[in-house]
Design a protein around this ligand. Structure first.
Ligand code: 13P
Length: 252
């Protein structure tokens, strides 16, 4: 059975003491909730990873990074590699977030390289895909997302693909307060799973977690997570407060 994952993408928010406070509060509330069938992942800015991981690892909470470079090491001033992330206890890495695609011009080919290097260094990529409002209005979102997947993931072997998680994040829903309806999310998630099934077979497709991201919050998480092909969430704004994040974690 595929895992359920709820991941907190803090983006470029929280200084170190705020980050420690937020992570500690998430941990405290999770301990209280006791039973947990969901993998919880905290994805702070790079420089907080070591500190947050020390807090989180004792409680079986994973940490993830928001990005990595496509090379393992070398003269790339200002960059962070998958090898380095692994060395400080990182488990997950977001690859292809729409903000990286938009502001840092990351394209499908570069993302394919990042996926490969992440897997090589034992990180689980959370590969983000999703269409803009214009593409949705032109009624071609499924074809668009399928192309993102085939361009950046389909060079992987079946064994590699089985280690990937996918996050469907419609760009028009990110940080806008507009959420995909459960029906819209389910249609896309099912299409993604079918595409993986066609390429890699039923077992791989059935086991791959597909998360939803885009204004997911404590009000709408339950209905989204009830969809058969929605296996969790990648949460932005609502992950910056422990209470709302935990309430999303508890929505399964
Ligand atoms: P919001 O939850 O703030 O819409 O952000 C979603 C997201 O981009 C998570 O990666």
């Amino acid at each position: 059975m595929r895992p359920k994952i709820v991941a907190a993408n803090w983006k470029m928010n929280k200084d170190l003491s705020e980050g420690i406070q937020l992570a500690s509060e998430v941990i405290r509330r999770i301990q209280k909730a006791k039973k947990r069938s969901v993998q919880v992942v905290l994805i702070p800015p790079f420089i907080h990873l070591t500190t947050i991981n020390r807090l989180a690892e004792r409680e079986n909470i994973y940490v993830g990074a928001q990005n990595c470079h496509e090379q393992a090491l070398g003269a790339f001033t200002g960059e962070i590699s998958a090898l380095m992330l692994r060395s400080v206890g990182v488990t997950f890495v977001i690859i292809g977030h729409s903000e990286r695609r938009q502001y840092f011009k990351e394209d499908d080919t570069l993302l394919a390289k990042k996926i490969s290097i992440a897997l090589k260094h034992d990180l689980q990529p959370i590969f983000c895909c999703g269409e803009s409002l214009q593409i949705r209005e032109e009624e071609k979102p499924i074809a668009f997302v399928k192309k993102q997947l085939s361009a950046s993931l389909f060079h992987l072997s079946q064994q590699e693909m089985s280690k990937v998680a996918i996050a469907y994040e419609p760009v028009w829903a990110i940080g806008t307060g507009k959420t995909a309806t459960p029906e819209q999310a389910q249609i896309m998630h099912e299409a993604i799973r079918m595409q993986i099934r066609e390429k890699y077979g039923k077992e791989t497709a059935d086991n791959i977690p597909i998360l939803y991201g885009g204004s997911c919050n404590e009000q709408n998480a339950k209905k989204l997570f009830a969809c058969p092909d929605v296996d969790g969430g990648l949460i932005g704004g609502a992950s910056l407060q422990a209470a709302s994040f935990i309430s999303i974690v508890n929505s399964f």
